[in-house]
Write a protein that binds this ligand. Structure first.
Ligand code: DL6
Length: 824
């Protein structure tokens, strides 16, 4: 057994190869002749997982022995993508694995491509959580992710006749080799019922929640491999299980079907991820999902804490709980309930502990995404929590400065209950009040939080709001996704940048080195070839490698303004047709991104892009100088192919509306030049790269605000004064791209005209075209372009999620790295 034990940990090519053969036979149950690519993926994943387990246990043990303060990142979404390359790369055995597979006559790419993409999130918020997990583990920080193990991740997007059609995404269909089921880690989560008042042992008024329905939360653990493989943290995802009462309670002839039905209903809690990146207001199942995973996570956190402690006084010194948006904000009432009802603490003590333990990150100012649950629903589903929320509110409002000043308007803004219309619980206010720190995700966003949604809270608690500009992990987004560029970088400045991205600044001086520029271009070209092949496979479209790869990849949303990009595309198409003798720089417009299934306008814009693509791509008069492609099913895996190949990064949201953006950072890190508004983290990207190395256009957040405050503007006038815009809109209106249905795009034209153009597409159009022209002119000078691209890559050090997580660790969580002892 000893030797087998050692073999399982060995990282050399021979041991890997032997492990693969052993796993294939004894765990996957196939022989090499019958094994499919998927079998080989499972085999390799299991063998790699072996190399992780001992270190994982060492890490967990070290945290336990040191009774280290842990940070718990509670997130309804973790957009992790594939894990095989990530694990191999972080363990430093990519080459060894490739060679071992080679000796078995297998291609590493085939094996890697057989892994499903774990899409347990919608977009930026979920991917940020995944980058933070990587950064915490890579820096030895005791960090745990807590979320839901959705059976169905984000839907698969396909196009039928250019329309988005959603299909279920079944990532677990063939099993998940990375996870460990923990059937013994099981917590009851209650719903419904009523609250009973009674007198406790010292005669004080107390409450208990009775007659409730129960669902069990069962843990599945996935190891999170830090860079270098020293620290392996845990992502614990909860799966819903019916209680045995459900299964057997009504076990007689008539009730059998009902019992099974009940089981299915309770297990629906972890069935599917809500496919909207703004909140699903009013959806009862969504609210229950939020409570389900939050309650299970808090019970687990308290259980872990109580292994070392007998009183809760020290909880804030041992646990920091970060709320990723308001989705887990009900946790504030839940911790109060657990401390008071289950552990007998007094209110004031419980509140002090709760506030000191929680911190909250806000990710959006969009009003439709600010969660507010109907009081009647909360009362029905979580009666005890509603009571607690009322009490928190009453105590707070009594003491608030606004009350002292007799300012009723401010008091009503501060209230946890929105009293207008049907009464609602404002989850943002609850999260703010129950946390010691509240952060925004870029400098601009944080300032806007102080001025808008949280202005009144900011006046009450001027020290609570803090900024933590987002970041991205350089391991996945440069080292893994872009081997060509990362090898070039390492060959010049060493490998230090992988764990300390600040070091990449050493590349700045290489921008003036003609040989380096040539090599940088070669790497980009290689990535563009890879993307061109992917585009051909996915869409059947052939694109020119030498064209500008102009990329807009993100969720479909009106505020992100894919519409502005497609209007520019139509204008450019017209210019090319009008001026066939000009030697145009060829452009490939690349779009990708999913729309929420119920977001009709976003789906219509997808259809418009596909319709424009159909016309433009088949028009011989543009001589292939313009191509438009919409890549289906954008996910982390697709992003890893698209982003390294981009020349231009489109970050064109209406200023003031994109909280941060992180795609903007990934693209710039991979040497794309940004065309963007002064929105979200674009502002900080400009500071880092310098105004000469980015194309900024459009209204600022302040100008947008002023414009709207002064009654908006007249889009019809703007359109009338801009012939290119007018022509593009007229073409869309008269069916030039939709001859089968000339009225198809009326809703878009209506929104841009009589609708008042809320997202200021027409207002920013002229300046956007100017920025696009400037970019196209610059691209003609390939040396200058490359110089700026290198400066972009070299200036991204600050956008590492290692920096972001470190700021959280020191300024919010007060957690410190722990070095695991590996004595095996
Ligand atoms: O903070 C991560 C990410 C930001 O980069 C995006 O700008 C922002 O839109 C996104 N927010 C959401 C909103 N979800 N909710 N609630 O996904 O967060």
């Amino acid at each position: 057994y000893k030797s087998r034990d050692i073999e399982r940990r060995s990282l050399d090519v021979d041991s890997l190869k032997r492990s693969f053969l052993e796993w294939l036979v004894y765990s996957v149950g196939k022989d090499a002749r019958a094994a499919t690519r998927r079998d080989w993926f499972h085999t390799v994943a299991l063998a790699v997982r072996d190399r992780v387990v001992d270190r994982w246990m060492d890490t967990t043990r070290s945290y336990y022995h040191e009774d280290a303060k842990r940070v718990y990142y509670l997130s309804l979404e973790f957009l992790i993508g594939r894990l095989l390359t990530n694990s191999l790369s972080n363990l430093g055995i990519m080459d060894e694995c490739r060679q071992a597979l080679d000796r078995l006559g297998l291609s590493m790419d085939d094996v890697v491509d057989s892994e499903p993409d774990a899409a347990l999130g919608n977009g930026g918020l979920g991917r940020l959580a995944a980058c933070f997990l990587d950064s915490m583990a890579s820096q030895g920080l005791p960090g745990y992710g807590y979320g839901i193990r959705y059976e169905f991740g984000l839907f698969e997007q396909r196009f039928e006749n250019g329309w988005q059609v959603e299909h279920p995404e079944q990532w677990l269909q063939f099993g998940n080799p990375w996870e460990f089921a923990r059937p013994e880690v099981l917590y009851p989560v209650q719903f419904y019922g009523r609250v009973e008042e009674f007198r406790d042992s010292v005669g004080e008024r107390a409450y208990r929640w009775v007659d409730s329905e129960r669902v069990l939360a069962m843990a599945y653990d996935t190891p999170v491999v830090g860079y270098g493989g020293d620290t392996i943290n845990t992502l614990r995802l909860w799966s819903a299980r019916a209680t045995s009462d459900f299964n057997f309670g009504h076990f007689n002839e008539g009730a059998y079907m009902k019992a099974v039905e009940q089981k299915i209903l309770s297990e629906n809690l972890s069935r599917v991820l809500y496919p909207n990146d703004a909140t699903e207001i009013g959806k009862e199942l969504r609210f229950k999902q939020e409570y389900f995973f939050t309650s299970a996570s808090l019970q687990d956190i308290l259980r872990r804490y109580l292994q070392h402690h007998t009183s809760f006084d020290n909880l804030p010194n041992k646990a920091a709980i970060q709320l990723n948006d308001t989705h887990p904000a009900i946790g504030i009432a839940e911790l109060m309930r657990l401390l008071i009802d289950q552990h007998g603490l007094r209110w004031e003590k419980a509140w002090e502990i709760t506030q000191a333990t929680f911190a909250y990150t806000n990710h959006t100012l969009l009003p439709e995404a600010l969660e507010a649950w109907p009081v009647r629903m909360v009362e029905r589903i979580l009666p005890r929590h509603m009571q607690i929320i009322y009490e928190i509110n009453a105590k707070f409002l009594t003491r608030s400065k606004a009350k002292a000043a007799g300012d009723n308007a401010r008091l009503s803004h501060l209230s946890l209950i929105d009293e207008r219309g049907d009464r609602r619980v404002r989850m943002g206010n609850l999260a703010f009040l129950g946390s010691h720190k509240v952060n925004g995700v870029s400098a601009l966003h944080t300032e806007l939080m102080k001025e808008t949604v949280f202005a009144d809270f900011h006046a009450e608690f001027p020290d609570r709001i803090t900024n933590k500009t987002n970041g991205i992990t350089p391991r996945r987004w440069l080292k893994q996704a872009n081997p060509a560029l990362s090898e070039l970088i390492s060959s010049r400045i060493g490998e230090g940048w992988i764990s300390d991205l600040g070091q990449i600044a050493a590349l700045k001086e290489k921008a003036d080195d003609v040989v380096f520029r040539e090599e940088f271009r070669r790497a980009k070209r290689k990535n563009k070839k890879r993307l061109a092949a992917y585009i051909a496979r996915q869409t059947g479209e052939e694109v020119q490698i030498d064209s500008i790869f102009d990329v807009q990849v993100k969720r479909m949303h009106e505020y992100k303004r894919q519409l502005l990009n497609v209007l520019h595309t139509v204008a450019l198409y017209n210019e090319m047709r009008d001026n066939p003798t000009v030697s145009w720089v060829p452009v490939t417009k690349i779009f990708a991104g999913k729309a929420a299934p119920s977001y009709h306008m976003a789906k219509l814009i997808i259809k418009l892009i596909n319709d424009v693509a159909k016309v433009v791509n088949h028009d011989p008069s543009v001589h292939d100088n313009l191509k438009v492609v919409y890549l289906p099913n954008y996910n982390v895996t697709a992003a890893e192919i698209i982003i390294p190949a981009a020349d231009i990064s489109e970050q064109i949201s209406t200023a003031g509306m994109e909280a941060s953006g992180t795609g903007n950072m990934k693209l710039a890190l991979n040497g794309a030049l940004t065309i963007g508004t002064l929105d979200g983290a674009n502002v900080e990207i400009r500071e880092q790269v310098g105004a000469d190395n980015i194309f900024i256009f459009g209204l600022t957040a302040e100008e947008v605000n002023d414009l709207r405050a002064n009654g908006g503007f007249n889009p019809r006038e703007v359109i009338a004064s801009n012939p290119a815009l007018k022509r593009a809109l007229d073409m869309i209106a008269t069916g030039a791209f939709s001859p089968d249905d000339r009225n198809r795009y009326q809703p878009i034209l209506q929104a841009l005209t009589d609708g008042g153009d809320h997202f200021l597409v027409t207002a920013d159009f002229a300046d956007y075209c100017r920025a696009q022209d400037a970019a196209m002119q610059l691209y003609r000078d390939s040396e200058e372009w490359t110089r700026k691209a290198i400066i972009n890559t070299a200036s991204m050090g600050w956008f590492s999620s290692d920096r972001t997580v470190n700021e959280y660790a020191t300024e919010i969580w007060d957690v410190h790295p722990v070095k695991p002892t590996h004595d095996g």
